[in-house]
Design a protein around this ligand. Structure first.
Ligand code: CA
Length: 231
């Protein structure tokens, strides 16, 4: 029997926190909670959790800062932000700090469970994936150690690169990337922007000139295509 996935929920609102505990225990997760930012950060750093659900507005340290500090220690720790704010700016900030996903309050519990399952599924894959990705511009990406030279990638960025790499003979639509890399069954306009934000971040890391991308090209009307070095 496989072990239960361990989840940390950092949320100061008791009603939401208790509701989430009930739902995830029901779905077979082992759940721990924190209601204060600093306690949550301490638990996150020492608890060896499979995934952390992180509220943004917390007493003590806010969720963005917690996410930032978790990332300094462990780039691969899966984190989903729970945000009451749904403006683009907050979502961009959360993703820039390295959250794997965000769910805007009020959220559907069913959808949150699906998102958690999708993130956990992704963090367990890729054993058979290519160790090195050779891009057309000479950049070599180490998909196991999540880096290209001194440049580090988040788990989500690498998942995106690996998916594009496997489909490198064709452009991949943003909707397909949302479904296959993020696990979204349905998407809204704001969520397709999530793909664009991640592509922009990747271009800043792997392109010589991000304004004139050679490695991740935009194919008008079709999506994004990763350009590999000819063998
Ligand atoms: Ca809160």
């Amino acid at each position: 029997m496989t072990r239960k996935a361990r989840l940390l929920i950092v949320e100061d609102e008791a009603a939401i926190r208790n509701g989430l505990v009930d739902v995830f225990v029901y779905h077979g997760y082992e759940v721990e909670t924190a209601e204060h930012g600093e306690v949550g950060l301490r638990m996150a750093k020492g608890g060896n959790f499979d995934l952390i659900l992180l509220d943004v507005m917390l007493p003590g340290i806010d969720g963005f800062e917690i996410c930032n500090r978790i990332r300094q220690q462990d780039r691969q720790q899966p984190v989903i932000m729970l945000t009451a704010k749904s403006s683009d700016e907050d979502i961009v900030q959360g993703l820039t700090l390295g959250a794997d996903d965000y769910v805007a309050k009020p959220f559907s519990v069913t959808q949150l469970v699906l998102r958690v399952q999708a993130v956990l599924r992704r963090s367990g894959i890729d054993e058979d994936a290519a160790r090195e990705i050779h891009l057309v511009n000479g950049v070599v990406i180490d998909s196991v150690n999540l880096c290209a030279g001194d440049t580090a990638f988040t788990r989500r960025e690498m998942d995106l690169l690996l998916y594009l790499c496997k489909q490198a003979d064709r452009p991949v639509a943003r909707e397909e990337l949302l479904a296959r890399v993020w696990g979204y069954a349905n998407h809204m306009e704001i969520e397709t922007r999530t793909v664009d934000i991640h592509i922009a971040k990747l271009r800043r890391k792997i392109e010589k000139d991000p304004a004139n991308p050679q490695a991740i090209v935009t194919v008008r009307g079709a999506g994004y295509r990763l350009m590999l070095q000819a063998q």
